[in-house]
Design a protein around this ligand. Sequence first.
Ligand SMILES: O=C(O)[C@H](O)C(=O)CO
Ligand SMILES: [Mg+2]
Length: 250
Amino acid sequence: MKFSANLGFLWTDRSLPDAIRTAKAAGFDAVECHWPYETPPEQVKAALEETGLPMLGLNTVRGNPGENGLCALPGRQPEARAAIDQAIDYATAIGAGAIHVMAGFADGPEAEAAFLENLRYARRNCPAGIDLLIEPLNRHDAPGYFLRTTDQAAAILKQLDMPGIKLMFDCYHVGRTEGDVVTRLKALAQVIGHIQFASVPSRGAPDQGELDYRFVFAKIAEMGWSQPLGAEYKPGGATDDSLGWLRSLR
Ligand SMILES: O=C(O)[C@H](O)C(=O)CO
Ligand SMILES: [Mg+2]
């Protein structure tokens, strides 16, 4: 298996370029991040070129304090589009593979209409080589978030029916509230753009908790999935001390 270090959670004590170099030294095959916007893109690009690691993805901004994305918020289209434009510019500048279009706290038909419209806008304006991702978040960590389940996400992707808009399947979120992680991975394989993981329920390293990631990773490999899996967990201390799972799988 190949693994991507999510630098939104791993090595957060370092600058983004240093975290990229550290991820390379630790044996990761790729990196991904959340909100890189305070780091000049040239510095990120230089670290990616130096290490040879691909940057798999980044997120649209969350919005005002307390918000968690703008793209499903009725009446906020100008800000949502600005967030999408910013993400496209940054992703293009560093050669990132995908943009996670964050929906935000909202509910109901107007929110769904706003999300669909903003996703169509994003797809129209995003270069073909950059995927757009939507990700359901579990209700314990993100109560009130618009996108809550993989079924809801799959229905939205079906309505859009646009290549290049895909599901971010985070095994942690699915494990927290939906269950049937492997069954859902298999059922949704055709629409998945990226897979992430963390222990359930604590969101720590994957060698703990109620979900057996040795089993899950083996099933993902059986699916023929060859892209790096995103280690998006909270190390609960020094990241270097949390990497026993990676060493044991190498
Ligand atoms: O929290 C997550 O799982 C995400 O992947 C994210 O991008 C930030 O919410
Ligand atoms: Mg995630």
